[in-house]
Design a protein around this ligand. Structure first.
Ligand code: ATP
Ligand code: MN
Ligand code: MN
Length: 301
């Protein structure tokens, strides 16, 4: 690569001990965000991100040449991330142990950015016991053409149905097209039971209101509906972590919101990478400080 490093003029170099090469490199065609900005964003946001993303297997969306150019999803440690990015060995279906990535610090996040990472996705279980999920996610994926109003209503309906069976849930704007309804769990049940619960919950909603919902991945069956993507709740699946920048137009951010706030939000890409200060400020509001936290287990249904 012939782009020269220019530390003096580099934008927003983070305080991290990780060296960011080419901090001036723009990562998005439609945003002035540079690699240095992204590193600074994750460094600043680390205290908000790490409670969710640390110490669990993560997958990275890496776009070493910028968004839209050869992005790929990386699950396993290729050994090139340096000492701040760790690995946890997890048994694959075939019995082989594979090193999954995890981080536990701001430097770990920044080291991933140095390697071209834009997005952080996490397992629904932490390293403490990767077989016992500590959260469920219902990822609401609207068919093209459906408005965000329908998605919001659907999310609120899921929240109510979950509350009816004793489960507290939280809303995450994906930064893309939808909302994730997140249900924290005390890690007790194992993946098969959690997946089965998520499956039955989604199927029940789709059966009750087939004109609004589908629980089948098939795009053909999604016409005019919202796909309740319950498949995030199987062993090995991931969901985007709170405060991750998305490798999508305008560098939007996945943002936790309260149910009250959600009612007045008109796009799941409301906040962008440049809104760091606003995100920090709103996160300190008491209404958000308990986001994603609840001690609860799945009911017997
Ligand atoms: P949107 O609101 O636009 O749907 P999203 O983050 O929910 O955004 P999805 O396409 O619904 O995007 O994907 C849901 C989750 O599935 C992602 O957050 C990610 O963790 C996982 N995922 C997506 N693409 C891949 C992939 N290629 N390989 C592995 N997991 C993926
Ligand atoms: Mn989705
Ligand atoms: Mn999905």
């Amino acid at each position: 690569d012939v782009v020269a490093e220019k530390p003096a003029a580099a934008p927003a170099a983070p305080k991290s001990s990780i060296t960011i090469t080419h901090p001036e490199r723009r990562l998005f065609d439609d945003s002035t965000m540079t690699k240095g900005d992204l590193a600074a964003f994750y460094e600043t946001m680390a205290p908000l991100i790490l409670p969710f993303a640390a110490n669990r297997p993560i997958s990275l969306v890496r776009c070493p040449q910028g968004r839209g150019k050869h992005c790929f999803f990386q699950k396993h440690d290729a050994g090139s991330f340096g000492g701040q990015v760790h690995h946890v060995d997890i048994k694959e279906k075939d019995g082989a142990l594979e090193p999954y990535l995890y981080v536990d610090s701001a430097d770990g996040l920044v080291a991933c950015v140095q390697m071209g990472t834009i997005e952080f996705h996490g397992w629904g279980a932490s390293n403490g016991d990767v077989e016992k999920p500590d959260r469920l996610v219902f990822d609401l994926d609207p068919d093209e053409g459906l408005g965000f109003a329908e998605v919001k209503t659907a999310a609120a309906d899921l929240k109510s149905h979950l509350a009816e069976i004793g489960l507290v849930s939280f809303a995450l704007l994906s930064g893309g097209k939808g909302v994730h309804v997140v249900v924290p769990l005390t890690p007790e049940a194992e993946w098969p039971a959690v997946k089965d619960f998520a499956d039955r919950f989604a199927q029940a909603l789709a059966q009750a209101e087939p004109h609004r919902f589908t629980a089948t991945m098939s795009k053909a069956k999604r016409k005019g509906k919202i796909f309740i993507d319950w498949l995030r709740n199987q062993r090995g699946a991931t969901a985007v972590m709170p405060y991750t920048v998305r490798a999508r137009s305008g560098a939007p951010v996945a943002v936790p919101v309260t149910w009250t706030e959600l009612a007045d939000i008109d796009t799941p890409a409301k906040w962008h990478v440049g809104d760091e200060q606003a995100l920090l400020e709103r996160a300190s509001d008491p209404s958000l400080s308990g986001w994603g936290i609840a001690r609860q287990v799945l009911p017997d249904l």
